[in-house]
Design a protein around this ligand. Structure first.
Ligand SMILES: NC(=O)C1=CN([C@@H]2O[C@H](COP(=O)(O)OP(=O)(O)OC[C@H]3O[C@@H](n4cnc5c(N)ncnc54)[C@H](OP(=O)(O)O)[C@@H]3O)[C@@H](O)[C@H]2O)C=CC1
Ligand SMILES: CC(=O)N[C@@H](CCC(=O)OP(=O)(O)O)C(=O)O
Length: 345
């Protein structure tokens, strides 16, 4: 199938370009950029020299949509929703990497994103593209809301426990860390080298917009309105998310009881690796890959379970999951074009 990428010059867009040009069944028909329109892509990202030297086009989706089957939007929230309309969706499938179609309720969007949703009538049609949970809906979707990076790690880690009612759904705390690429390529005071290197900080305590996304998916999982504490941290590394979730167990389950549940949900999943007892995920073991690693420990003293999950924010947390969704849409093997072994260093 032919695909186009809007926002190909951003970090997530750049990873999409890398994955799509190596995908055996996808052809990258065009890329667009505002800032770099008319410029060759390898002038933005030197790693593409002699590999992909296409010129960035102006973002005229009405015209460009005629040339492709699927459009990826790797653009900021607020912008993505303004680019989509019914006519476009009648012509192409859209995989939106932004947050614009992840929350079902426009009021939630307004409250957490501090802006009105520009296209609320399309919210009901969008499918939340967390592949392992929603693949049947993804197959039929015209508009896919690719999940956020923190939510992908946080939801995959806790989902089986909530779905099987093993934990008190109101007891969940999540402490998550992200590499700086999560903040995108545009330079900002809070993310430049001197501000980030040799330091770690919490941010968005109680207000981070991914809280709503995680809460909504947790609520669907356990069928009860769920509220969590979510605290993200910025750590001085390029990529990676490590999410540590804490929850109170409803009964005295053994390690083997819980492991059996995780196996039930994930043993057939190519991209979810539930680690052996007393092994815990590290961002370096998933770096550059579409894997989500999960490890857990039961703290018998407190009767709480601690679940650790790790992903690469730009791959399983963004471009990789978007390509996994593309594969599901076209009934292809889910790992097509996503076989990369983690790079470790
Ligand atoms: N980084 C990450 O880890 C993750 C990112 N995401 C989401 O993916 C999307 C892209 O993020 P990321 O790549 O990090 O961001 P970047 O800031 O690195 O890139 C943003 C992209 O959007 C384009 N863009 C910005 N403003 C406009 C505009 N007004 N009109 C057209 N294009 C515009 C930029 O194009 P140009 O500068 O060429 O004009 C650039 O290509 C966001 O919605 C983000 O939330 C989701 C999960 C993880
Ligand atoms: C480190 C960092 O700044 N991370 C970003 C989240 C990543 C992102 O791109 O947001 P969406 O998943 O909603 O699209 C943040 O906290 O705002």
């Amino acid at each position: 199938m032919k695909v186009g990428i809007v926002g190909a010059t951003g970090y997530a867009g750049q990873e999409l370009v890398r994955l799509i040009i190596q995908h055996p069944k996808a052809e990258l028909a065009w890329i667009t950029s505002n800032t770099y329109k008319g410029k060759d892509y390898h002038r933005c990202y030197g790693n593409y020299t002699k590999i992909y030297e296409a010129t960035c086009l102006e973002q005229d989706l009405e015209k460009l949509c005629q040339e492709v089957d699927v459009i990826f939007l790797a653009t900021p929230h607020g912008l993505s929703s303004s680019l989509i309309n019914k006519d476009l969706l009648d012509t192409v499938k859209i995989i939106d990497l932004s947050a614009d179609f992840r929350l079902k309720d426009k009021e939630d969007y307004k409250n957490w994103y501090n802006q009105e949703h520009t296209n609320p009538s399309l919210l009901k049609d969008a499918v939340y593209g967390l592949c392992e949970l929603n693949r049947e809906q993804v197959k039929k979707a015209q508009l896919i809301a690719n999940p956020g990076c923190y939510p992908t790690a946080s939801i995959l880690g806790v989902y089986p426990l909530l779905k099987e009612q093993l934990i008190d759904h109101q007891s969940i705390l999540i402490d998550a860390k992200s590499g700086v690429s999560g903040a995108g390529r545009a330079p900002r005071l809070g993310t430049h080298y001197n501000e980030v290197n040799e330091s770690t900080k919490a941010y968005g305590i109680g207000t981070h917009r991914h809280t709503a996304e995680i809460e909504e998916q947790y609520s669907y999982a356990c069928d009860e309105k769920t509220i969590i504490n979510f605290t993200p941290h910025l750590v001085p590394m390029h990529r990676g998310i490590l999410a540590t979730a804490y929850a109170t167990l409803k009964e005295n389950y053994s390690y083997d009881d819980i492991k059996a549940i995780y196996n039930q949900y994930y043993s057939q999943e190519k991209f979810v690796r539930v680690l052996d007892k007393d092994y815990f995920p590290e961002t370096r073991w998933v770096k550059g890959s579409n894997y989500c690693d999960i490890g857990f420990k039961i703290d018998e003293r407190t009767n709480r379970i601690v679940v650790v999950s790790a992903i690469d924010n730009l791959i399983k947390g963004a471009a990789g999951q978007a390509v996994q969704n593309l594969n599901i849409l076209y009934d292809l093997e889910e790992d097509l074009g996503l076989e990369q072994i983690p790079v470790f260093m």
